[in-house]
Design a protein. Structure first.
Length: 167
């Protein structure tokens, strides 16, 4: 999926920082705009990146409280009053980005870069299920090797292996 104006064409770090920064340099939204965006969210209409950026610009404490309240309400409607845990399944840790908080970051020279092959992936899914896990989140670095086809293939492998998992 491509986000017009947000995905850099030639840059291996595919997030277009300038496009995001320009969204975050816009004027602060007024109460009516925030109310409209929150109503859309509560109606379970997905917000665009630009609309989400508008909410990130809010500085009024009352509007920030309204955003938090809407997020809590939406979370309860979708998930109920429960905590859902996912076991991470690390598929590959190659990454072109350099996020300071992340062990996958490109400048982490101590990282041993690996990508699970088909058989390793099957064994990992089976091991996680044997340990009682019911939900997995598949984790990849951001790298050209992990394109949509690769991700789709790994999801098919996980889904085809899983006996009783939600992926």
């Amino acid at each position: 999926m491509s986000l017009p104006g947000l995905v850099a064409d030639a840059d291996p770090d595919f997030i277009n920082d300038a496009a995001l920064e320009s969204l975050l340099a816009q004027p602060v939204p007024d109460r009516a705009e925030v109310a409209d965006l929150l109503a859309r969210s509560l109606a379970k209409e997905p917000l665009t990146v630009a609309q989400t950026a508008r909410l990130c610009l809010v500085r009024d404490p009352d509007l920030i409280a309204a955003i938090h309240d809407a997020a809590r309400r939406l979370k309860r409607e979708v998930y109920g009053n429960r905590i859902v845990l996912f076991a991470p399944l690390y598929i590959g840790n190659k990454c072109v980005n350099d996020c300071a908080y992340c062990g996958f970051r490109s400048t982490n020279d101590a990282a041993v870069r690996r990508t699970l092959d088909h058989d390793e992936l099957v064994r990992q899914v089976e091991a996680l299920e044997d340990q009682g896990h019911k939900r997995l989140v598949l984790v990849y670095g951001e790298h050209p090797d992990y394109d949509a086809g690769f991700i789709a293939d790994s999801v098919r492998t996980v889904s085809g292996t899983a006996r009783d998992l939600y992926v």
